[in-house]
Design a protein. Structure first.
Length: 258
């Protein structure tokens, strides 16, 4: 029984040794500006690359117009902005941008690393003294753009070549809107002349089509008569002849009595 237990422990040790390389590790670093905190992670994995590895790296989402603060690692390849940057050897570049005071804090890494801040002030690029990350775990930065170079302790002893920093952050297009004061008078909506003419014509001469029985008009021809026009009564021939007939009878009776 004891021999079997020992064999199981040996097999588990071999499995763990082959599954996770002894030199693989990750550590956290936080960037805080007022009420915004970016929780980032970096590390070493011998089987990874310096570009994006989907199984270990985490891609930072693209910036949006309302964002004024950024913090992410910069890598090579198509996707350059990462929240988690795991690579085969030491050498990270952290980009930070904020319009407020910046506080950078980190966990003590399992290996000796140096952190070198490089700040962009106006058109000048200024490199500060390297910091031993095992002896110091925080850093304060002024508002602006900053590059944090994390290198192995031996490599970090040399000054950082600021000319090697070629990364440019993505351009964020801020949407602008034009506001009209509340007391600004609104001009009246112009009315088309054709529409106004049509309304006037309809109001004053809403025509009614009636047939024309006589004259030179063509058969079936109609004449437009305004709606507000009073029609003149038409007198028939019989009613027009009655007065003349009465006058003739009266004259005949009068002559007969004479």
């Amino acid at each position: 029984m004891h021999r079997m237990y020992k064999m199981i422990c040996i097999l588990c040790g071999v499995f763990l040794a082959t599954a996770v390389p002894a030199s693989a590790w990750t550590a956290g670093i936080d960037v805080t500006t007022d009420q915004t905190t970016f929780e980032l992670e970096y590390g070493i994995e011998p089987n990874s690359t310096a570009q994006v590895d989907s199984d270990v790296d985490v891609i930072a989402p693209p910036p949006v117009p309302v964002m004024t603060k950024f913090a992410y690692f910069v890598t090579d390849g198509h996707f350059r902005e990462l929240y988690t940057d795991v690579r085969p050897e030491a050498g990270w570049q952290l980009y930070i941008q904020s319009d407020e005071e910046i506080s950078v804090t980190w966990d003590q890494p399992p290996v000796s690393l140096n952190l070198t801040p490089v700040s962009v002030i106006g058109s000048d690029v200024i490199s500060r003294q390297a910091i031993d990350m095992s002896l110091q775990q925080s850093l304060s930065l002024v508002p602006g753009r900053h590059y944090i170079m994390i290198t192995a302790a031996a490599a970090g002893s040399d000054p950082v070549d600021v000319g090697s920093i070629t990364y440019r952050p993505p351009i964020v297009v801020t949407a602008t809107s034009t506001q009209v004061p509340g007391d600004t008078p609104v001009p009246p909506t112009p009315v088309s002349t054709a529409v106004q003419t049509e309304k006037n014509t309809a109001a004053t001469a809403a025509a009614t089509a009636i047939p024309v029985p006589t004259g030179n008009a063509e058969p079936g021809m109609t004449v437009a008569v305004p709606a507000n026009t009073t029609a003149t009564p038409t007198q028939s021939p019989i009613s027009a002849a009655i007065p003349f007939a009465g006058a003739g009878i009266f004259l005949a009776i009068y002559l007969r009595k004479q």
